[in-house]
Design a protein around this ligand. Sequence first.
Ligand code: SF4
Length: 420
Amino acid sequence: MAEPGQAEANTAPVGGDDGRVGVYLHLPWCERVCPYCDFAVLAARPLESAVEDRYVEHLLTELSARAPAFAARPLASIYFGGGTPALFRPASIVRLVEAVRRAFPSASPGSAAGVPDEAPEITLELNPSTVERERLPDFRAAGVNRLSIGVQSFDDRLLKRLGRAHRASVADATLDAAREAGFEDLSLDLIFAEPDQTPAALERDLDKVIAFGPEHVSTYELTFEPATPFGRAVADGRMTPPDEDLAAAMIEQVEGRLEAAGYARYEISSYARPGRRARHNARYWQRQAVLGLGMGAHSTEARCATRPHGARRANPRELADWEAAIARNPAAAGEEETLDPATARGEAVFLGLRQVEGLSAAAFAEEFTAPPRAFFDAEIDRLVGMGWLVEGAGGDLRLSRAGRLVADDVAAEFVGGEGD
Ligand code: SF4
């Protein structure tokens, strides 16, 4: 059976710089912290205006200090992630959008950078709630042109088990309100493989997603990270994750239903209608420049003469630590790591395989002087032999259908697994 994407040209860049920058702003507060969440988040209870204003000021300070490192790059995207960014007042979102746009003007055709003009994608993460729903027209007026909505499920029993603050009726109303506010680019998050979830229950969720018809769907198998309440419940036997065969069957169920409904899977957990891939998210998978601002935010700096494989920076995950770092030196709030060749090669393979086009051997050789086989011969032989990896005639690599079900195991073979 043909694999999705098999006939597509393999154009996924390994580290080729597109000359642009994406800006990620982390707004960490949530109405409540979900028991499976491993992100850098804080409970709002509720979010006070003074706290919000102070955080925005710190973001603006960090933006001013760090933008010069990405100078002259046209803006590709802005992404408000969290947390629940829509808990911030629309006036705060307007201030931040305007400041980012001033720092990184869009390119004009034939500009010195030679980058064609393209309107930036501006995404805001939103959870279903009455407060956020009422703000939708103002977010649209602020320039937000894409929403990522944390629906997770349309099953009230499951939403309750997940510790979510909303119920299905609120999700329905939020989705309708998003369309009414003029949003034409909506992404829905869907969680599956929750303990006790049956394939029939997942089928009902997929029915609802498809009936609503968002432009993009992000699907996540529930994970049980050790530092979360769910992780601790699994560790001491109070909760049992679904067995691996059932979880794998659900991955195939999700893929089968969404693809039959006209969504193409273009990344391990991401599906889009034609032309609706998430441009900001793709910057991470393609190792493009991203300036990350706020507590716990990550940045990716593109390859350059002094750092031929680029660099990354992670801001402190605790609010007080990030604020103190901004007060000390806003240009260097987080730890910077210049990528060494071995780390960069592992990352290039891992991120390339997440994408349906897979890893281009020629692009890999352009960055690392030799194709993947020169560094990962034994790993590639083993994974091809197991039927998890498909190798093209030119040495291009991509996950097989079976390999996608064990993508983390495949990645582990390449990350930190070879000498220099
Ligand atoms: S709403 Fe999302 S970001 Fe907030 S606590 Fe829940 S899972 Fe984490």
